[in-house]
Ligand binder design. Structure first.
Ligand code: URA
Ligand code: CA
Length: 433
């Protein structure tokens, strides 16, 4: 088999066989096929697309390029959730204990985040004592006993995806639906999930800005999951503004606690119920989403979800008293309001700009080596569609430095106020099964 022929075949719009896909993925992972040939193939895929069968085969080949996590010692159907990325996305912190409280095992493997805030692990580490450096055996034991545990990333998962992603990044081939779908799904499948719930974001703050593109990506991922034997469901949700109010590590833990007490932001609560219902159904703990939702609401209201969060924190060394006394979480030295410069209605909140401001405050990492300040971040006081009068606080900055002029200007640019009337955006656009 020759890489040249594979490139030519795809260039001309023909379907690659499983053997051809494996040849290219294995050869590239082993550094036997050079970047320039893979670049040419990626560009051919960008223009010609891939059939459903090719996408599933590409995903499988990437999964098999590295280690695969074996979760078979954990009882029950392991359902994983993946979000295509948003700003201040607190859902995992709420969903993990919430669905676990209904007996759905949550075996979460997570890495340190690069970006606006830290990842799920960084956020959890703002709980004093909490740690994810546990052995695989302990991880399995904890999930079997408590239904929820989080472990740091280990092993060499999907090396083919890492190499391909770096190459796509410099060859203008990131934005291809078959390549994005197989990239995301390969990581979830290698991490051992039996079933997958996807939260595909759409809007200004999302990877996919247009609803049609988001739907197409969701369909591609659901089709891959189902073809490789992992039940997959996707919802399409709004990312025209951050979810909830808080953007920051400890701030999001506090927001998750509020939500688990049934007093969280409306949009965050709703998305957790929507995603959670799908997880509970796939996990076999309810016959349909309506039944699942009723059960989830019950556990938010009767305190069981919150209790599950305490048990989870404690089992991994965390000080679970933060749940009742959030003041024990890291707290920033300065809380500074951002007063509105004019009266009107909030027309748009540019999520990415807010995220960047949170990062500049120290909530996120610019490089892998950066230190995170767990206490800092932003708490919105207004969302799209809210009325505001001049001088009223748009948001609260939680900072450990007094030099905020530049960040304040950035924040003003990210919140647009209009005198026209504005409707709050939809939250959930569609469900793809
Ligand atoms: N996220 C991924 O993991 N892969 C892509 O290709 C795009 C976004
Ligand atoms: Ca949030």
């Amino acid at each position: 088999m020759r890489m040249y022929d594979i490139i030519e075949k795809k260039r001309d719009g023909n379907e690659l066989t499983n053997e051809e896909i494996q040849f290219f993925i294995n050869g590239y992972t082993a550094e036997e096929i050079p970047d320039y040939q893979v670049s040419a193939l990626l560009m051919a895929i960008f223009f010609q697309g891939m059939t459903a069968k090719e996408r599933a085969n590409l995903t499988k080949a990437m999964v098999e390029s590295g280690d695969q996590i074996d979760l078979s010692a954990i009882n029950g159907i392991k359902v994983d959730k993946h979000s295509t990325g948003g700003v201040g996305d607190t859902t995992t912190l709420v969903l993990a204990p919430l669905v676990a409280s209904l007996g759905v095992p949550v075996a979460k493997m997570s890495g340190k985040g690069l970006g606006h805030t830290g990842g799920t692990i960084d956020k959890l580490e703002s709980v004093p004592g909490f740690h994810v450096e546990i052995t695989n055996d302990e991880f399995v034991r904890l999930v079997n006993e408590n239904k929820v545990a989080v472990i740091g990333q280990s092993g060499n998962l999907t090396p083919a995806d890492k190499k391909l992603y770096s190459l796509r990044d410099v060859t203008a081939t990131v934005n291809s639906i078959p390549l994005i779908a197989s990239s995301i799904m390969s990581k979830k499948i290698a991490a051992g999930a039996d079933a997958i719930v996807l939260d595909v974001k759409t809007g200004e703050g999302a990877f996919m800005k247009k609803l049609e593109d988001s739907k197409e990506l969701a369909k591609a991922m659901v089709s891959i999951g189902n073809q490789v034997g992992r039940n997959t469901v996707a919802i399409i949700s709004d990312m025209n503004q951050p979810l909830g109010f808080a953007i920051g590590n400890a701030l999001e833990i506090k927001e998750a606690i509020d939500t688990l007490q049934g007093k969280g932001p409306e949009d965050l609560t709703e998305i957790c119920l929507t995603l959670g219902s799908q997880m509970v159904v796939l996990g076999g703990m309810a016959a349909n989403v309506d039944e699942a939702r009723a059960k989830l609401l019950e556990n938010l209201n009767n305190g069981k979800a919150l209790e599950q969060f305490k048990v989870f924190l404690q089992a991994q060394g965390g000080d679970s008293t933060v749940v009742d006394e959030p003041s024990r979480l890291p707290e920033a030295a300065f809380k500074v309001e951002l007063p509105a410069r004019s009266s009107g209605t909030v027309e748009s909140i540019i999520a990415n700009e807010l995220g960047t401001a949170a990062m500049l405050l120290g909530a996120g990492r610019a490089t892998k080596e950066s230190e995170i300040d767990l206490a800092v971040g932003i708490v919105l006081n207004k969302k799209i569609g809210d009325e505001v009068s001049e001088g009223e606080s748009l948001l609260t900055i939680h900072a450990n430095s007094k030099e905020l002029d530049q960040i304040k200007e950035k924040l003003y640019e990210s919140i647009v106020i209009t005198t026209k009337s504005v409707k709050a955006p939809n939250l959930i656009y569609d469900t793809i099964t």
